[in-house]
Design a protein around this ligand. Structure first.
Ligand code: SF4
Length: 435
């Protein structure tokens, strides 16, 4: 199929092809206006290709999310751009992408660019194209917005170094949680290569930080860190394997974020014929929208994000969230409540005496509220009303706390507690699943 030449058509194809990548959010960046780009930088940090993403502090940001090219030599079964898919192909030129990004940015359509690509040539050559876009934006166009570049699998250390100088964030997608699944569904990819890129990023980050301690004018290296994406539901791994992997990634490579992306069953408009290696999912039409993930996978994705939150902000160990006997997250309960119901002996927590770690374990008390509790206790005792004003969700917390020795509700029969604390059933109808 001939490559497209019209930029408008290219945006339609290459923005559509990029929407399956969830690993973009501009958390942790302070922007570079007047920084890397120097004097004359413009803009602040929706048309086709603009997606919305949430930062670590809850801000909603808009990004131009596109591929440089959807021509790809690899044949990953879950991907609409795989070599064997019969889809329209297109590639931008560097100049087209620079102009497009600047035009969107000047009109305040976007605060940043998320750029990935199919592997249309040698990995370093593809990576060099992405770098060229970022470098031209920073050095020639005066662009001060956010840039997130994908690390192309197999790109060398030199390329990662160069990419980190111009981009705010880099990401190498793992996509599947085990080498076994990668070999089956994405045979040209390897866990070793992807982890190698993450390791190189970490080492470079350390080197640049050291340099900046000694030389204040030394360049920053990807100040918003690195992230990755895992597809949920395209392979047979359970939630425990996924959470264990995320935990290891946070520890080993100091990843800022692991993004979980519910698998979209193939066969939607413009996606070509489904690859026979993928799981077959069937179910009632109302829950099997081919343009979106099935609802049970969206629920799973949501619970994984909640579990991830426990790892990053609530000091939970992966083994506390799931174990061999229960390898999947409970679809009806958020994982913190599920832990509390398995450990009723830990409660009640007396809010006037408990330490920070104990407060963090209470369903309905978040990290911010726990800090406020400690602060307020220095000058006065707490009441339930005061707790509510600090942001505690007493509808949940009431079964797990005492205030000056008093309960709102005494913990009762665990089965009844489970019922009251369960989320509603919307989205939990399970389609049939065959691997
Ligand atoms: S490398 Fe795999 S996931 Fe990436 S664009 Fe090519 S086929 Fe898709």
């Amino acid at each position: 199929m001939a490559d497209l030449s019209d930029v408008g058509e290219k945006i339609a194809v290459l923005a559509g092809a990029a929407k399956y990548d969830a690993s973009c959010a501009s958390s942790g960046s302070t922007g570079r206006a007047g920084g890397a780009s120097g004097a004359g930088a413009f803009g602040v940090s929706a048309p086709a290709g603009v997606c919305h993403s949430w930062t670590g502090d809850g801000r909603c940001v808009s990004l131009l999310k596109v591929l440089f090219s959807n021509v790809c030599r690899f044949d990953c079964a879950y991907c609409v751009n795989r070599a064997s898919a019969d889809v329209r192909r297109a590639s931008f030129t560097v100049r087209e992408l620079v102009d497009l990004t600047c035009a969107f940015y000047r009109r305040n359509y976007i605060e940043g660019l998320f750029l990935s690509s199919g592997i249309f040539s040698d990995s370093d050559i593809v990576m060099e194209k992405l770098i060229e876009v970022a470098r031209t934006l920073r050095t020639e166009a005066g662009y001060g917005g956010y840039i997130h570049l994908k690390i192309i699998p197999g790109a060398g250390e030199k390329m990662i170094r160069e990419a980190g100088i111009w981009a705010d964030r880099l990401s190498a997608n793992i996509e599947l949680p085990t080498d076994r699944s990668l070999r089956y569904l994405a045979p040209q990819k390897s866990g070793g290569v992807i982890f190698g890129a993450m390791g190189e990023f970490s080492a470079l980050q350390g080197q640049f930080e050291e340099d900046r301690k000694r030389i204040r004018s030394a360049p920053a290296f990807a100040p918003a860190g690195q992230s990755t994406q895992l597809i949920v539901g395209a392979s047979a791994e359970d939630d425990r394997q996924i959470i264990n992997l995320s935990d290891a990634l946070y520890r080993k490579f100091s990843l800022r974020r692991v993004y979980y992306s519910a698998f979209i069953p193939p066969g939607g408009p413009g996606q070509g014929v489904p690859d026979p290696r993928l799981p077959v999912m069937t179910g009632p039409p109302e829950i099997m929208d081919r343009a979106a993930p099935p609802r049970h996978l969206l629920t799973r994705e949501h619970r994984l994000y909640q579990a991830d939150w426990l790892l990053r902000f609530y000091h939970f160990a992966a083994a506390e969230i799931l174990d061999e006997s229960s390898p999947f997250l409970d679809s009806r309960l958020d994982p913190k409540t599920a832990w509390a119901l398995r450990h009723l002996e830990f409660f009640p927590v007396e809010v006037n005496r408990a330490d920070y770690e104990a407060l963090l374990r209470v369903p309905g008390i978040g990290a911010k509220t726990a800090r406020r509790v400690l602060e307020t206790r220095r000058s006065r005792s707490l009441t339930f009303d005061g707790l509510r004003r600090m942001g505690a969700v007493l509808k949940r917390a009431r079964y797990f706390i005492t205030c000056a020795g008093t309960f709102i509700d005494r913990p009762e029969d665990p089965r009844r507690l489970r019922r009251v604390l369960s989320d509603d059933e919307d989205g939990l109808q399970l389609p049939l699943f065959e691997f």
